[in-house]
Write a protein that binds this ligand. Structure first.
Ligand SMILES: [Zn+2]
Length: 191
């Protein structure tokens, strides 16, 4: 299988390509030969390439040490990546832990509010059950339903209810009162 690769060359590089073509027959053969030499530093061309790449390291011994340096560099880079990854994983774990704590808190709050709501509803039910729906009217000797109550205030500004159909009868002398309920007399009001 072959794959077409399109490259552009400068005039100087084209001159090199022409030389390679003259030496190897075709441009392709010249490029392939150069690439093969690049991959194998043992050949003349290879050592030439190696020299061109890094003139300071021309001898095979130097080249080996260059390989060792490269390996050390790669190892250091790999270790740096491992460190980065480890830190990222630690951050991710911490974020997950925080999410779990937030979720726990949310559940506890919901439970607490739910409990409070239940308690309030129970209290309201109790209050509704205890709410007076009728009060006795001595004036007409009947139990007066809520919709027959009226409200008024006495001379001490205390609210009381009276039986609307009977009017506000205070129960003077021996006449029965139409007043249904009034607050208990407090120490303050008797003073
Ligand atoms: Zn009445």
């Amino acid at each position: 299988m072959r794959r077409r690769v399109i490259v552009e060359f400068t005039p100087e590089q084209l001159e090199l390509l022409d030389q390679a073509e003259a030496r190897h027959g075709t441009k392709r053969a010249g490029i392939v030969a150069a690439l093969a030499a690049y991959a194998d530093p043992g050949t003349d061309a290879g050592s030439h390439v190696a020299t061109t790449r890094n003139p300071a390291r021309a001898s095979p011994t130097d080249h080996a040490s260059a390989g060792t340096d490269d390996l050390a560099h790669l190892r250091a880079e790999a270790q740096a990546l491992r460190d980065t990854l480890g830190a990222a994983e630690a951050e991710r774990d911490e974020a997950h832990a925080q999410l779990r704590r937030a979720d726990d808190l949310r559940v506890r709050l919901e439970e607490a509010f739910g409990d409070q709501e239940d308690a309030l509803n129970a209290e309201l039910d109790g209050l509704r059950a205890r709410r007076l729906s009728e009060l006795y009217c001595a004036c007409c000797d009947r139990w007066a339903p809520v919709d027959e109550w009226s409200w008024a205030a006495d001379d001490q500004a205390r609210q009381y209810a009276y039986h609307t159909p009977c009017g506000d009868e205070g129960g003077w002398m021996f006449q029965p009162s139409s007043r249904l309920a009034r607050p208990p007399i407090t120490e303050k009001s008797t003073r």
